[in-house]
Design a protein around this ligand. Structure first.
Ligand code: ARG
Ligand code: ZN
Length: 853
């Protein structure tokens, strides 16, 4: 076999090696002379050595730069160019560094640094992209004020901060707030804006703009409303005001991630900001509102207070995800948002935490930091903050946050700083809690119970399986929200937070006339896996009676999982009692439609595979698929007589509004339509497709028809209608693959990669096809190995162009050890093939090596 290691082993960076930079950067002045293939960047930077800086030589990061000239205090110098940057002698006293470099934005397909997208210039500098723009100490603990001059023919020239002047072919900007280079941004293009204004609570008038390509003006209104709501919410809830005269958002088509919080100039993947009823689903609207909020909230949690180094990434991301979830809960429904978040956590973070890519929310080493923008850093990082808030209480949380903003404004901070404000504000010792930041893996909490003489006790045992580099885990602080119910459904004990701190611990409730039914881990108060011997009868009782909506849903989810597991392992029929419970629930008009839609949504097939694996059964993806189909068909038959009435009762009349109530009804209506389509062959869905005046209903109808293999006509019509709208076409591409039968998925995806509108360089389009393939569980894991092979081929092809997106998508293979040895062997071949690719990026090399380990 060919040696897979690259010529020079990639460097590993360690948290423990942190050293401050030896110089202060007082001011940064940049001039951009834009040209697609030969942009010139002139920098003039004022450095002063810190007292302790013994070494007068300095190192500046730089990548893919052509150095034209360099000067110190006006005199030409010849720095030593090394891999990843340059080294230069400095005077040992404050000095001015000037450099001119040339870069090639048009050739930049990695979408990192300055690049071009649909004819416009834009930037993405987080995490380490600024070094592709000019030589600079590209690390988040180096903060400075930036003044920028842009020279170009484009009608719109934007950068961070406030505008300070403009004329024919030029514009100047000044950002008064010191910031690290990763928050730098520049946009230049012939763009149009959707303008608005916001008055802050202290009376400051702020100009707001969403900038888009001509033709997209009609898709900005919703994002603008979301922005204004976010600005108001952060004032009301966190006391945080906006701090510049202007706030700009720009939509770009080619973007590796969702969006970026550059100071005063947020740049968005167009899929995360552009919305209209005709082109966006309810789910799109909710996500756009959340991402706009997320990026806006970063202005305080990320920008005003940033990270000392990239190991601390969850300091800003975990907190900002937590804040945007609070915002969404306030704007929409708190329980529904919580359920959605737990579904996402289990789908994306649990596989990471329980596989070869497991890492703590604060990792201690990396080769490529872009590989650590993960569900663990973001979503588990947010869960950790939720636990902290629950442990200290709401008032103490507010006190600690005020102290955080007071104490650390303008600083680059660590997790230690973050925890210290909580300790100082509350007097509580958080040293054990801190393990959540350093230990990887999802804790298992085993529950047993005991009842005698009016006294009921719950015993919890916690343990966390080994993860890479962490064979042994210490017990953590786990907040367990628990309530007790009587067998008639009355609440005997309201929710109380039990603090589990030991490996094994019991809690007793006295004065109970009979054995209660416990409702444990209410609101999913900790990101753990609860293990408890219980019966389907008790789960059905909780599904009907639990006073905590999350646990009500959770009981239904457990029933759904159990019935699928027994279908797969015992060839059993769908559980009749569960079907009855579902029927009762779906007809219960006193329940929130969004909640009913969630209870009707089956657990993912990938999750069933994980559950089987956890119970020592090797999952067969085809059998899991068949069980899901049988279950849905049986449910449809059971509901047969009520489906038409339910469909009619959940149809929203009147003009489309993307609000939570309408969205909830449409979600339920969509679930009912998919069941109905199993019985009527698609008659109702075809009518809905015809009549739909919004994307939510058009898409739901098309999906139902395609799933029933009866949607060819509508699929063609959809294509004809939307072929010039990229975001809608992404949906079309993804749906073909998502709806394909297991034995057809790879073929459908292969054909789509040859479609005239497939574009490898556009991450949204690439993800639409390859992400949908990875998400089609039985299709991706088809025994032929065709799915594995196709993904690997495309990853190899993309790696040359865009390492970041390639590396992220490698995660589709992270669960490979769940499956049988034949599938493992097929996957291993593909992983080794990727690893052996000549010139493989550091990003992909790191991901594949970790998955293979
Ligand atoms: N900070 C951005 C956000 O979460 C994400 C940008 C990450 N980009 C990257 N290339 N790693 O809002
Ligand atoms: Zn973020």
């Amino acid at each position: 076999m060919k040696d897979a290691a690259p010529a020079t082993a990639p460097e590993t960076f360690y948290l423990k090696d942190y050293k401050p930079f030896g110089f202060e950067v007082e001011t940064v002045e940049l001039t951009f002379k834009l040209a697609p293939n030969s942009t010139r960047v002139l920098s003039k930077i004022r450095f002063s050595p810190k007292d302790n800086a013994a070494d007068p030589r300095f190192f500046l990061h730089g990548e893919a730069l052509k150095l034209i000239s360099a000067k110190i205090d006006g005199a030409p110098v010849t720095p030593e160019l090394i891999a990843g940057g340059l080294i230069c002698d400095t005077p040992g006293t404050p000095f001015t560094w000037e450099a001119e470099v040339e870069i090639d934005p048009a050739a930049n397909t990695a979408l990192e640094g300055l690049y071009m997208s649909s004819g416009m210039y834009c930037t993405q500098c987080e995490a380490e992209g600024f070094r592709k723009i000019t030589y600079y100490p590209d690390r988040p603990d180096v903060m400075s004020t930036f003044s920028v001059r842009i020279e170009g023919d484009e009608t719109v020239l934007l950068s961070n901060g406030n505008p300070t002047g403009s004329g024919e072919g030029w514009a100047e900007w000044h950002d008064p707030w010191p910031k690290p280079a990763y928050l730098f941004a520049l946009v230049a293009g012939d763009l149009v804006n959707h303008p608005d204004r916001f008055t802050t609570r202290s009376g400051k008038d702020v100009e707001l703009n969403i900038w888009v390509r001509p033709g997209d003006e009609g898709k900005c209104a919703f994002g603008m409303e979301a922005l204004k709501k976010s600005m108001k919410w952060d004032e009301d809830v966190y006391g945080r005001e906006y701090d510049l005269d202007i706030f700009n958002i720009v939509a770009v088509d080619d973007f590796n991630m969702g969006a970026m919080e550059n100071k005063g100039l947020n740049i968005f993947n167009s899929s995360c900001v552009l919305a209209s009823p005709e082109t966006s689903t309810d789910a799109n609207f909710e996500r756009i509102e959340a991402i706009i909020a997320h990026e806006y909230f970063h202005n305080w949690t990320g920008n005003r207070i940033t990270c000392r180094d990239w190991f601390q990434l969850c300091l800003k991301e975990g907190l900002t995800v937590f804040r945007d979830a609070q915002f969404t809960a306030d704007m929409r429904s708190e329980p529904v948002k919580r359920i959605e978040d737990v579904i996402a956590l289990r789908a994306r973070q649990f596989p990471e935490d329980n596989g070869p890519l497991a890492h703590p929310p604060r990792p201690e080493q990396f080769q490529e930091i872009n590989n650590f923008y993960t569900a663990t850093v973001y979503e588990k990082g947010a869960e950790v903050i939720g636990m902290l808030k629950r442990l200290v209480g709401d008032d103490n949380y507010d006190k600690a946050l005020d102290l955080y903003f007071d104490r650390h404004d303008g600083q680059a901070c660590t997790i230690e700083d973050w925890l210290r404000v909580f300790e100082d504000a509350t007097g509580r010792d958080l040293s054990q809690f801190k393990l959540w930041y350093s230990q990887a893996g999802t804790p298992r909490v085993k529950v047993s119970e005991d009842y005698a003489d009016g006294s009921y006790s719950l015993t919890f045992e916690q343990s966390t399986p080994p993860t890479p580099g962490q064979p042994d885990k210490a017990p953590r602080v786990i907040p367990l929200a628990v309530g007790l119910l009587a067998t008639n459904g009355d609440e005997l004990r309201a929710t109380e937070v039990l603090e589990l701190t030991e490996a094994k611990q019991s809690f007793t409730f006295d004065g109970l006339a009979s054995k209660p039914v416990p409702s444990i881990l209410r609101e999913f108060s900790a990101p753990v896996i609860l293990e408890r011997e219980t019966t389907n009868a008790e789960r059905a009782f909780l599904l009907a009676h639990d006073t905590d909506p999350f646990n009500r849903w959770e009981a239904g989810n457990a029933l759904a999982t159990e019935t699928r597991v027994t279908m797969v392992t015992e060839g059993a029929a769908p559980d009749g009692a569960y079907l009855d419970a579902l029927e009762k629930l779906v007809r219960d008009d006193t329940l929130d439609p969004a909640f009913r839609a969630l209870v009707l949504s089956p657990p993912s097939q990938s999750e069933i595979a994980q559950t089987l694996h956890d119970r020592g059964v090797t999952p067969d993806p085809q059998m899991i698929y068949d069980a899901a189909e049988t279950f849905a068909q049986t449910l449809a038959q059971q509901l047969e007589t009520s489906l038409p009435r339910l469909y009619a009762a959940t149809t929203v009349d009147g003009p489309y509004q993307p609000d939570a109530n309408g969205a909830g009804l449409r979600a339920l209506n969509g679930r009912i339509l998919s069941l109905l389509t199993r019985l009527d062959g698609g008659e109702q869905a075809a009518r809905q497709y015809q009549a739909a005046d919004n994307m939510t209903q058009q898409y739901a109808a098309l999906a139902a028809l395609m799933k029933a293999e009866n949607g060819e006509k509508q699929s063609q019509a959809f294509f004809d209608q939307w072929q010039n709208d990229r975001l809608v076409m992404d949906k079309w591409f993804a749906l073909q693959v998502a709806c394909a039968a297991p034995d057809a998925a790879a073929k459908v995806a292969t054909d789509l990669t040859r479609h005239a509108l497939f574009d490898m360089k556009n991450p949204n389009r690439f993800r639409a096809v390859m992400g949908a393939l990875a998400g089609n569980h039985a299709g991706f894991h088809h025994a032929s190995g065709a799915g594995y092979q196709l993904l690997a081929e495309n990853l190899i092809a993309l790696d040359n162009l865009n390492p970041q997106t390639t590396a992220r998508m490698c995660a589709a293979f992270q669960t490979w050890k769940r499956y049988d040895s034949a599938r493992q062997a097929l996957i291993r071949v593909e992983l080794e093939r990727i690893l052996a690719t000549e010139g493989l990026s550091r990003d992909t090399h790191e991901m594949v090596s970790r998955i293979l380990q």
